[in-house]
Design a protein around this ligand. Structure first.
Ligand SMILES: Cc1ncc(COP(=O)(O)O)c(C=O)c1O
Length: 380
């Protein structure tokens, strides 16, 4: 049943056509009613604290000790072990953290490996860091270890960027065995792993991060974009060790463009410390499960990949339907989706597929309506 009681419409104004379109292109998380309520309460508490304003006096590279401790606490349940706060760097989002990692660990002219379909901004970030990117083939578990090993032997990469838990865009989840294999190859060839885990907190049954299995070779990032709110602009970066964490921050400690904003970080820290973050994350998870179940029911029989509670679906199209025709047909009917080549990191051919982000529409009814239009477009 479609129930919109728990989710609110906001008063954000959009361009006229975007107003009516059901936009499945962006993976913005659902917005639980709990979030604005909690934000109001938190800001009132801040206003009543005479010391609070002092925290805005200056930003800090990597956040305050308290912010880093809260980050470590937030990630510990994902890692299934305690993480030392001295390994955590707080940044103003995953993209900022990724750019810093590419600059420090790959460098101009260096090669970064990545899943052949990947986070759509990876290419732009790599260009800004003057880094080359090469894609690696995927199966239902993500990167093929033999392809990674071959590329390490022949191409001398400096790092591998990967998104092993509910991969964007294919939703692949890497098994623990595969994670171990990838880590062993990285260790053998001296290649850094950059693990991006934006959805990890929303999938408690997923295997532990590679960073928990192989901390020595992995730089791990979890932004709060999916599990709390995109607009907070906070991400936690976990270094292999306290020493490597210090070495990472040292050359960039005077460059404030990547510092987390103290106001946002104070909210995230407070929410983690008080358990509010857990409540918001659970509400997002519940809504994601409802939407994904609903979509999987409507699209029963179609070739979709979508683990339980995934925020997006990967729809592989039958041979008779071209992906661009399909997306154009949907657009005419008021539904926007992303075609596979938008995720390609290099020039290799793409599968005929589209990504459908179920999380962006504010109303669950719009998800149901949009997915029904997708289903109808598949058959006629
Ligand atoms: C793979 C991946 N990483 C990270 C992010 C979020 O990045 P940020 O923390 O900069 O909002 C997204 C958002 O769409 C994503 O798909």
């Amino acid at each position: 049943m479609v129930n919109s009681m728990t989710f609110r419409k906001t008063a954000v104004s959009s361009p006229p056509d975007a107003e009516t379109a059901i936009d499945f292109t962006r993976s913005i998380p659902p917005f639980p009613a709990l979030l604005p309520e909690q934000l109001g309460r938190t800001l009132t508490e801040f206003a009543q604290d005479p010391q609070f304003a002092m925290s805005l006096r200056t930003g800090l590279p990597g956040g305050s000790a308290r912010d880093r401790k809260a980050g470590a606490q937030w990630l510990s349940s994902r890692f299934r072990e305690e993480i030392a706060a001295e390994r955590v760097v707080v940044t103003n989002g995953t993209q900022g953290a990724l750019l810093l990692l590419l600059e420090q660990f790959v460098g101009p002219g260096g090669l970064l490996l990545a899943e052949e379909l990947s986070y759509a901004v990876l290419q732009s970030l790599a260009e800004r860091a003057h880094v080359k990117v090469k894609g690696l083939p995927l199966d239902a578990e993500g990167i093929l270890p033999e392809a990674f090993e071959h590329a390490c032997r022949t191409d001398r990469p400096r790092a591998l960027y990967c998104n092993p838990t509910v991969h964007n865009p294919t939703t692949a989840i890497m098994s623990e065995t595969r994670r171990l294999e990838i880590a062993a190859i990285a260790r053998h060839f001296g290649v850094w792993l950059i693990e991006d885990d934006p959805l990890g907190r929303l999938h408690p049954d997923a295997p532990r991060p590679i960073a928990a299995i192989a901390p020595d070779v992995t730089w791990y990032i979890m932004g709060v974009t999916k599990c709390l709110a995109h607009g907070l602009r906070v991400a936690y970066l976990v270094a292999p060790s306290p020493a490597s964490c210090r070495d990472f921050v040292e050359p960039i400690r005077r460059l404030s463009h990547w510092f987390p904003a103290p106001m946002s970080t104070a909210v995230a820290t407070h929410w983690i410390e008080t358990g509010t973050a857990e409540q918001i994350c659970s509400a997002i998870r519940e809504e994601a499960i409802i939407r994904q179940t609903l979509a999987a029911e409507i699209l029963a029989g179609a070739d979709i990949a979508s683990p339980r509670g995934a925020m997006h679906l990967w729809l592989r199209l039958p041979d008779r339907i071209g992906r661009h025709d399909f997306a154009a047909r949907l657009e005419q009917r008021g539904v926007l989706v992303r075609t596979s080549e938008l995720f390609a990191v290099d020039e290799r051919p793409c599968p005929s597929a589209v990504r459908i982000s179920l999380s962006s529409p504010l109303q669950r009814e719009d998800v149901a309506r949009g997915v029904a239009i997708v289903g109808a477009a598949l058959t006629g």
